[in-house]
Design a protein around this ligand. Structure first.
Ligand code: DAH
Length: 339
């Protein structure tokens, strides 16, 4: 029996040390130490031994089991370490290899200029707010002093969802929404898409972009309006830009004006770009109408404000010499890659 035990130890150690994967190791364990394994069978037959032999061989059998067990543990640790090493080696990244090139897109020309406008107004303390494109008739028209049969609705015909809901024709409704939610001081710009039922041509599109501006506080005057918008024009077009304010009419401002910049191509003499005028219209503006303030729960006896609305496409087209507005919306890469 002693020889049998020694043979088991020898064979066991051999099989364990030759195991290269976990499964092989497990097979060896079952074969020698498992319930039906070689060692267990020997232990079972110990009953037939004499009283002197039993403790001696019993101790030897225990030693064999311990040796096999510890060598299995060792081999398992070794196999695991080997596997981890292999995994690490196979997952190594060669950081010196050239990377895969990603096709980088570009900013759309509308976005380029809009980002500039954000920068200009942010630096003057304005924050950016957004309003819905699908808007209540009340916010788009009524609250801005444009009741149902007002002639100003003619030039701003739009798409009606129903009698009370429209696609907004201007970003001005964001003025009302802001004043309803926020008490003065208010200093915001509100960019976004607006809609009108205009036929598509080189200078018209049923969808285009505006940037609305609104300042409300105690003691705001036309001087603040002119100063702010002149700074805006100079930052956008350069420090030598000359602006003028022309009286105009908007239902929600009083007084109202349009701001022109002196044609930067002909310097005011008149050319094709400015259609012989010498000036190019940039935006509409004015002092917020007391009735509009009142509609929003702001007391016009205490507060005053100015507002303005800029058409983004026109500024972009002039900036990049684009002569057809449709190109801004067709998303032709040959066009967009130029900016
Ligand atoms: N909402 C006007 C339009 O679409 C533009 C405008 C004019 C906005 C004067 C203003 C403003 O805030 O004060 O024609």
């Amino acid at each position: 029996m002693k020889e049998q035990l020694e043979l088991i130890l020898k064979q066991g150690l051999e099989e364990i040390s030759s195991a290269t994967v976990k499964d092989e190791l497990e097979n060896a364990r079952i074969k020698f130490l498992g319930k039906k394994g070689a060692l267990t069978q020997i232990l079972r037959s110990m009953g037939s031994l004499s009283a002197e032999e039993r403790p001696v061989l019993g101790q030897l059998a225990n030693e064999v089991r311990e040796k096999l067990t510890s060598s299995i543990d060792e081999a398992a640790a070794h196999i695991e370490a080997k596997a981890a090493e292999l995994k690490m080696a196979s997952e190594t990244i060669d950081v010196t290899l050239p990377g895969e090139k990603m096709e980088l897109g570009k900013k759309h020309p509308l976005t380029i200029v809009l980002d500039e406008i954000y920068d200009i107004f942010s630096s003057m303390g304005f924050s950016i707010v957004n309003g819905p494109e699908v808007e209540l008739d009340y916010y788009n028209f009524e609250a801005l002093n444009i009741p149902k049969n007002h002639p100003a609705r003619d030039t701003q015909d739009t798409f009606y969802i129903n009698d009370n809901i429209v696609l907004r024709t201007q970003t001005s409704p964001v003025q009302v929404r802001t004043m309803e939610q926020q008490k003065p001081p208010i200093r915001i710009i509100a960019p976004g898409r607006v809609y009108r039922s205009d036929a598509v041509d080189a200078t018209h599109s049923p969808v285009f972009h505006q940037i609305e501006g609104l300042v409300v506080d105690k003691g705001i005057t036309m001087g603040d309006l002119k100063g702010t918008l002149e700074v805006f024009a100079k930052q956008l077009y350069g420090n030598d830009t000359v602006v003028r304010f022309r009286p105009h009419h908007f239902p929600f401002t009083e007084p109202s004006a349009e701001m022109d910049v002196m044609c930067f191509k002909c310097g005011g003499k008149g050319c094709r770009l400015c259609k012989g005028e010498g000036w190019i219209e940039i935006l509409g503006c004015g002092m917020v109408h007391p009735g509009v303030l009142r509609n929003c729960g702001i007391d016009p006896e205490v507060y005053s404000g100015f507002a303005f609305g800029v058409g983004l496409e026109r500024i972009v087209m002039r900036r990049f010499n684009i002569d057809d507005m449709r190109q801004l919306f067709e998303n032709d890469l040959r066009f967009l890659k130029q900016f």
